[in-house]
Design a protein around this ligand. Structure first.
Ligand SMILES: Cc1cc2nc3c(=O)[nH]c(=O)nc-3n(C[C@H](O)[C@H](O)[C@H](O)COP(=O)(O)OP(=O)(O)OC[C@H]3O[C@@H](n4cnc5c(N)ncnc54)[C@H](O)[C@@H]3O)c2cc1C
Length: 439
């Protein structure tokens, strides 16, 4: 692995910088920052503790609500969440809440983490399917509530997209690895390479089941030439890069000189930046709507532009052009925006006769993912194609089975998956207590 090209970009605070930043907080009464966190962290409290140099207290406050503090500090879109709500924006700029959280998480990693407390064992087991942020959060909460927890993941390593997709320059593997070790130390039994194919039958062995198996199946475009050499799925490229880091080996993929990236989400942007870092000279993201509708976050798009990635809007691929099965170019068609669709975004419509051809050595396809439902036959599915749950409890339509994360919300953030997993764990506790007559 060419280590340095994927080294973490953003640097952490020193203790002095962290305390100075925490001091900028104006301590507003209603603490709007707290409301901006989908995992319910008491942001105002931990900022106060950092200002008082109580770094150990600050990390405990965070970890009580979010079992992945160092990870989320690095990858949360804070500008759209806690920092977006910060009242200090009216005075100067928002408090750098993410960097403060990262500081105490890294400080604790260095000094040695203290385990959170647990309730007495209840003598009942719960199964968690999927070891991404949703499953890890549900499992950690349940084990702390006194349950025996078996977490099953299909992959060789837990962590879901954190381990296998988010590039090391934004989230080094060691950070998520340490946080998973912490969850193991709490007592969660993590079983890897254990895909579960018929989840409802697990209710025969477990008091309840939480499913957080994400949305890992790539959406296909179903256009001519899609399976040609030189065309890869964005998630496959990102997985290869992460594996390169984890296994300390090179990347088994040759990047071309001219790279076209199709899509507008985080996977498209991360794959485009990675392609540049792997040596591609011209990397262009083409998206069928406009920049306003891009699902990728503003900060990520700005970072990609700084890395030399070009963005082109209102065009969609019509077919991949090959020479003896090897990609040579892509035929695109221009689009215009029409009526608003169910996702509340303007529907892209092709403009007849506007086709154009672009030369390309590599095409990266990142047009979104969907869950695979085979394992949970019988669960209600929403009109948008995601598992339906009760919003308060995260209960599915199958008794005793709860769900959260991407397979419920269609793909959002790690912190939302963490919040879902935690909420489901408390509801599972209530369900089991009611069913088994415990208090
Ligand atoms: C490229 C990319 C970049 C992203 N960047 C960010 C970011 O910067 N910040 C952010 O907050 N979010 C980001 N996200 C989104 C975030 O990663 C997801 O919202 C989050 O990981 C969802 O968590 P999850 O637990 O629902 O699913 P996942 O993380 O997808 O985990 C699901 C797990 O379930 C396992 N599994 C699947 N089926 C089975 C089965 N049948 N049996 C057992 N195990 C199974 C899988 O192996 C996987 O480990 C990004 C996503 C992508 C694709």
């Amino acid at each position: 692995m060419k280590g340095e090209i994927f080294e973490e970009v953003e640097k952490g605070y020193t203790p002095q910088e962290a305390v100075a930043e925490a001091f900028r907080c104006i301590k507003c009464q209603d603490a709007p920052c707290n409301k901006g966190c989908p995992a319910g962290i008491d942001v105002a409290k931990f900022i106060r503790q950092i200002a008082q140099k109580n770094f150990g207290g600050a990390i405990r406050v965070i970890r009580e609500e979010n079992i992945l503090p160092g990870t989320c500090a690095r990858i949360c879109p804070q500008r759209e969440l806690c920092e977006g709500q910060c009242s200090s924006t009216e005075l100067a700029q928002a408090i750098r809440i993410g960097k403060l959280q990262r500081f105490v998480a890294d400080y604790e990693r260095e000094k040695g983490a203290k385990l959170l407390g647990k309730l007495e064992p209840r003598g009942l087991s719960v199964a968690v399917i999927g070891g991404g942020p949703a499953g890890l959060s549900a499992a950690a909460t349940l084990v702390r509530l006194g349950y025996e927890v078996d977490l099953f993941d299909a992959n060789p390593l837990p962590g879901g997209l954190l381990t296998y997709a988010i590039p090391p320059y934004r989230l080094p593997y060691e950070v998520i690895e340490d946080e998973i070790e912490y969850i193991r130390a709490l007592g969660v039994n993590i079983h890897c390479q254990s895909p579960k194919k018929d989840i409802p039958t697990l209710m025969e062995r477990y008091a309840a089941v939480f499913i957080g198996f994400g949305a890992g199946d790539p959406q296909r475009m179903a256009i001519e030439g899609e399976n040609g050499e030189g065309i890869i799925q964005g998630l496959d490229l990102l997985r290869e890069i992460k594996l390169g880091q984890i296994e300390n080996r090179g990347i088994g993929f040759q990047m071309g000189r001219r790279v076209e990236v199709v899509g507008g989400g985080n996977a498209a942007v991360d794959a485009a930046v990675s392609a540049r870092r792997l040596g591609a000279e011209v990397v262009t993201i083409r998206y069928r709507r406009t920049e306003k509708e891009m699902p990728a976050w503003r900060d990520e798009i700005e970072f990609a532009e700084k890395e030399g990635v070009r963005l082109e809007f209102l065009c969609a691929p019509k077919r991949f052009l090959g020479d003896h099965g090897r990609l040579k170019g892509i035929e695109y068609i221009r689009m215009k925006l029409g009526e608003t669709d169910p996702s509340d975004r303007a529907q892209p419509m092709p403009i007849e006769g506007s086709e154009f051809i672009v030369e390309a050595d590599t095409a990266i396809v990142a047009i979104g993912q969907k869950p695979s439902f085979e394992a949970i036959e019988g669960a209600g599915i929403s009109p948008e194609g995601w598992v339906q749950v009760d919003e308060q409890t995260m209960a599915t339509s199958i008794e005793g089975i709860y769900a959260g994360g991407d397979l419920v919300n269609g793909g959002d953030t790690a912190i939302r998956a963490v919040g879902d997993g935690k909420r489901a764990a408390f509801a599972i506790d209530e369900y089991i207590k009611a069913k088994h007559g415990q208090t």
